[in-house]
Ligand binder design. Structure first.
Ligand SMILES: [Zn+2]
Length: 1020
């Protein structure tokens, strides 16, 4: 700032204002003596030049020093105790040392505020808002008296218990005085329509709304009256004599002593009367009535959030959901390395990304603190303690320690440990519950379980749990203080579920099953990448990328991103048409118009999210981008022309939920249908999946019997088979046409290389198709490609030719798919020598997606045909395997058929369940050898022998090379498997072997091996 020397013009006004306002009568003197500094401000405006001119007089009591900030003011004159003064050059502060006598400081200044240059200040014909550094602000609480000259058609408001208005010529003079000391005051004026009400004991409730929003005033007054009554009843009388609701041209949401200042854009939002308004009203008690002590940190926002926002959610029965949202937000933004401690929270402005973690502590964790305190002491003691606190601290500054002493003196409970663990730690409890055990005692179940705290230092907690049985819910609150606490809870009937903290009564880390994928999780994570399909998308989504700058997103083209990047980061796909996005989520069903943001759990890394964004054009992105930060808690958002059209949060578990016992499912036998009845129903479907356990012969018989029965009713039938890769279709066709015999078919289709199971399991169904000239469709993808995707960690490791064989649209996010594949991955975890989970999942999805694509393409070309699909049980799961992936590609009727395995989940995963009697093939004849191919060299190496096997007994030795079986030359293992397939009824086979001769060379010997059927093993 610059200090200007006295200008006569200002001096004249200075004197004039003194005369007009009766400025000479000292305010504090009315209270008898000067107890705090008193600050008298008089000002006038020039709306055309957006400026104010003002004089301040500060009466400083003896023994008090003062520092006054003159930053951002044009100061023209300073007089201290009658002497002209200046600030030191380059210094924005005026330091007044204490004196044994009262002191007087006079400052004359002006300030110009050009439009759109400040979020807090404006001076214009449409209104005046002065919140930030508009007068000399001091480091001491003061009594204020403010006089302002405003246009006749304006009304003005400030912190005040009374307003005195005079008309002088064609201006209006308003004077405010406030009987309690304040650090700072604010001034608002504008062409308001004023509406009045009364509340409580003859107190004034006033609304200052702009003419265009006048009709909103009645609603605001009515709601404010309810809130005032609610908190007067809860906490004691409203501490001032008037409360005003003031509309502001600038977008604020502030609670000042005696009024709340709400931005015009805020006031027009329909939900404000039910949310923010109550919060701002409550600040009259906490925040203004009792101020927070600057030495102790901010307890105000947490308590206000709890008694207002949380409590309003409770009025609507959604307080559990509200608290869960608070925990979700905390978890999404607060990371351990930020070292945020509640007691250190002071204040943070709204809106900026960097403030999110701080707000998550100061509002959300703090609100949960008061919730836990209320649960600990009970609602009556809790409320009585707050009343005590308000009474003791009214018009004073108070801190956490004052709250603690009120709660302790009213409850008689020592709360020191409780306050300390929640206010002074930077972590929150991380609970885990290992799978419980059910033990029967006297014929009744007892649930044995432990609650584990993963924190280095355990908390002392009261943990609510629920045990659910078919007939009742048993609620308990368990005291937990160690790293592991054991519980035994007897119940009267079989318990099916145990839930820890289902009502979100604890501040704690959420388990993955509780945490919905949300936009704020993307914003809060440290690892995030935005993916552009092409350079062109960069400009399309430019305004969104601008908004995200503050949250440090790496932006990559889809070709630049590696499989490892995909697995390590949260992903933002800008456009859903790119091949990378389609390889993970296919094409999501977003509306074509407007702007859609769709957050999923990342299938490649469940601790991260993937966000699918689509937009009709860059205007839609621009209109929406700035709004998104208000919708952080959502999983799905759809806007059109910047208006929200659809929003939701993905449902997740409430509480840490553990499944205990599933009682067996059953069906009424009278509901059971005969085979023909079910066939009659199956005839209504175009695709019929018949799942198999690959070695369960009864499953294969069911496949044959159903195919035969369907064919009898309608000959337009095709059979799709998982067992063959798409590249073998021509070989299958030649076999069905009679151009190949079975041996040649098996050899050329490499059946034994790609599908290791006994061919006899499938022979009947293939021959049934051949006999009836039905097409057999190879459904699957080449094993080599799938293996490469697994080993390489994703499809980026494929060469272009192999990559072109993959189905372009793949959805790794079918419901429950991740869990199912995840548990399969855990089972194979011992043998994961290469490839991580993300590669495993990518590879697994290739099977189902390729088969679905083949089925859909065939039926699109042959719309009159029905297809029976022969595949493993996992692939025919109707929730997340092939069926939904076919449905995504074409509208079609599908049914899933399995033989019952007795699992209760069959009612969800299949449409028809058969109860086939067990059946088996005769065991295949075995030689009892372990074989190895020899590459280009002729014959197959015997690498090991079954010690009890036929080959060993007949004299075949390790390292022998098998050249022929019954005179049929064999070059690889496949040849041997094919030959052995036809030896079922033989008594013995003649094996020609080549054996190293002593001392040099080789000899060839024919050995007769008698055959004995044996259990199927890896030996041949
Ligand atoms: Zn607040």
């Amino acid at each position: 700032m610059t200090v200007k020397h006295t200008q006569p013009f200002y001096y004249v006004i200075f004197v004039l204002l003194f005369l007009n306002t009766g400025f000479n009568a000292p305010l504090a003197a009315e209270a008898g003596h000067l107890t705090a500094p008193a600050h008298y401000i008089s000002m006038e405006f020039d709306l055309q030049t957006h400026s104010l001119k003002a004089n301040s007089r500060i009466d400083l009591p003896a023994g008090v020093s003062l520092q006054i900030s003159l930053a951002s003011l044009n100061v023209s004159r300073i007089i201290i105790n009658g002497q002209a003064a200046e600030t030191a050059p380059g210094n924005n502060y005026l330091n007044i040392p204490e004196s044994p006598k009262n002191q007087e400081i006079l400052i004359t200044y002006s300030k110009e505020i050009q439009p759109d240059t400040s979020p807090y200040n404006m001076i214009s014909e449409s209104g005046i808002t002065l919140i930030d550094s508009w007068y000399p602000v001091a480091d001491h609480e003061m009594f204020f008296k403010l006089t302002a000259h405003i246009p006749l058609d304006f009304e003005a408001i400030s912190e005040t218990d009374e307003i005195i208005v005079f008309q002088i010529n064609n201006t209006k003079q308003v004077t405010f005085r406030f009987p309690h000391p304040l650090f700072s005051i604010n001034f608002i004026a504008g062409p308001y329509v004023v509406s009045r009400e009364t509340f409580g004991e003859e107190k004034n409730l006033v609304a200052y709304f702009f003419p265009e929003d006048q009709e909103l005033a009645a609603g605001y007054l009515a709601k404010a009256k309810k809130y005032l009554a609610r908190y007067e009843e809860m906490l004691g009388p409203y501490p001032y004599s008037r409360f005003s609701i003031v509309e502001n041209r600038l977008p604020t949401g502030f609670a000042m002593p005696t009024f709340t200042l709400l931005g015009q854009s805020v006031v027009r939002l329909p939900f404000i009367v039910d949310t923010s308004l109550g919060h701002e009203v409550l600040h009259a008690w906490f925040g203004n009535g009792v101020r927070m002590s600057p030495e102790e940190g901010n307890w105000v926002e947490g308590l206000t959030t709890y008694l207002a926002d949380q409590s309003f959610a409770a009025d609507e029965g959604r307080d559990t959901a509200y608290r869960k949202e608070q925990l979700v937000k905390y978890q999404n933004f607060v990371r351990a390395d930020m070292d945020l401690v509640l007691r250190n929270f002071s204040n943070v402005g709204h809106g900026d990304m960097k403030g999110q973690p701080i707000r998550a502590v100061g509002y959300n964790k703090s609100s949960m603190f008061f919730h836990m305190l209320r649960n600990k002491l009970g609602p009556d003691v809790f409320t009585a303690s707050l009343q005590d606190f308000f009474k003791r601290a009214k018009f004073k500054a108070a801190g956490w320690s004052d709250l603690q002493s009120s709660f302790e003196s009213v409850s008689g409970v020592d709360l020191n440990d409780f306050f300390t663990q929640w206010l002074d730690r930077n972590d929150v409890p991380v609970l885990a519950v290992p799978q419980p055990e059910i033990v029967n005692k006297d014929g009744y179940p007892v649930v044995h379980f432990s609650i584990v705290q993963k924190n280095n230092t355990p908390y002392t907690l009261e943990v609510p749990v629920v045990i659910k049985t078919a007939t009742e819910e048993i609620h308990k609150t368990l005291s937990v203080s160690g790293s592991r606490t054991l519980f035994e809870i007897p119940v009267a009937s079989v318990p099916h579920t145990l839930v820890i903290d289902p009502g979100y009564d604890l501040m704690r880390e959420l388990a993955p099953s509780e945490l919905p994928p949300t936009w704020s999780q993307f914003l809060g994570t440290a690892n995030k990448v935005a993916v552009l399909p092409t350079e062109k998308h960069r400009s399309l989504y430019n305004s969104l990328l601008e908004q995200l700058k503050e949250s440090e997103v790496r932006v990559l083209l889809q070709d630049e991103i590696t499989d490892a990047d995909l697995a390590a980061n949260s992903l933002l796909f800008l456009g859903t048409e790119g091949s990378l996005s389609r390889s993970l989520f296919a094409q999501p069903a977003h509306p074509a118009e407007g702007f859609t943001l769709d957050v999923r759990r990342s299938p490649l890394n469940p601790s991260q999210v993937a966000v699918l964004v689509s937009a009709a054009n860059s205007e839609q992105v621009e209109m929406t981008a700035g709004k998104l930060r208000h919708y952080g808690k959502y999983s799905y958002l759809s806007f059109k022309d910047s208006r929200i059209r659809d929003k939701n949060i993905t449902e997740t578990d409430f509480g840490i939920s553990l499944e205990l016992v599933n009682l067996p499912a059953g069906i009424e036998t009278s509901k059971s249908k005969g085979f023909e009845d079910i066939i009659a129903k199956l005839l209504h479907y175009q695709v019929i999946y018949i799942g198999e356990g690959h070695t369960n012969y009864e499953d294969h018989q069911l496949q044959l019997e159903i195919s035969r029965a369907l064919h009898e009713h309608d000959s337009r039938l095709a059979i799709g088979m998982e067992m063959f890769n798409r590249s073998t279709q021509a070989v299958i066709d030649r076999y069905l046409a009679g151009e190949l015999d079975e041996k040649a078919f098996l050899k050329e289709s490499h059946y034994f290389k790609t599908w290791r199971f006994d061919f006899r399991l499938y022979r009947d169904i293939i021959n049934f198709a051949k006999h009836n000239h039905l097409p057999v469709i190879a459904l699957n993808l080449e094993n080599d490609i799938v293996n490469q995707v697994f080993k390489g960690g994703g499809p980026k490791s494929l060469d272009d030719e192999d990559a072109s064989l993959l189905p372009a649209d793949r959805n790794l996010d079918e419901p429950g798919y991740l869990e199912r594949i995840g548990s399969a991955y855990m089972m194979h975890a011992g043998q994961k020598q290469n490839g991580d989970f993300s590669g495993f999942l990518q590879a697994q999805a290739l099977w189902d997606e390729t088969m679905a694509e083949t089925i859909a393409e065939y039926l699109q070309d042959h719309p009159d045909e029905r297809m029976v699909v022969i595949a493993g049980r996992g692939h025919v799961d109707k929730i997340n395997a092939i069926p939904p992936r076919v449905a995504r590609r074409m509208p079609i009727s599908q049914a899933v058929v399995v033989n019952s395995s007795g699992s209760a989940s069959e009612s969800e995963t299949a449409d028809f369940v058969f109860f086939s009697p067990p059946a088996g093939l005769s065991p295949p004849p075995l030689l009892g050898v372990m074989l190895e191919d020899r590459g280009e060299e002729k014959g197959v190496l015997v690498s090991a022998l079954n010690p009890q096997g036929q080959a060993k007994e007949a004299g075949i030795k390790e390292k022998d090379i098998i050249l022929a079986i019954d005179s049929q030359a064999v070059n690889d293992i496949e040849d041997i498997k094919i030959e052995m397939l036809y030896k079922e009824k033989s008594d013995s086979v003649s094996v020609r072997i080549k054996r190293a001769a002593f001392p040099f060379g080789h000899k060839e010997i024919d050995i007769e091996v008698p055959l004995k059927s044996a259990q199927q093993t890896h030996h041949m």
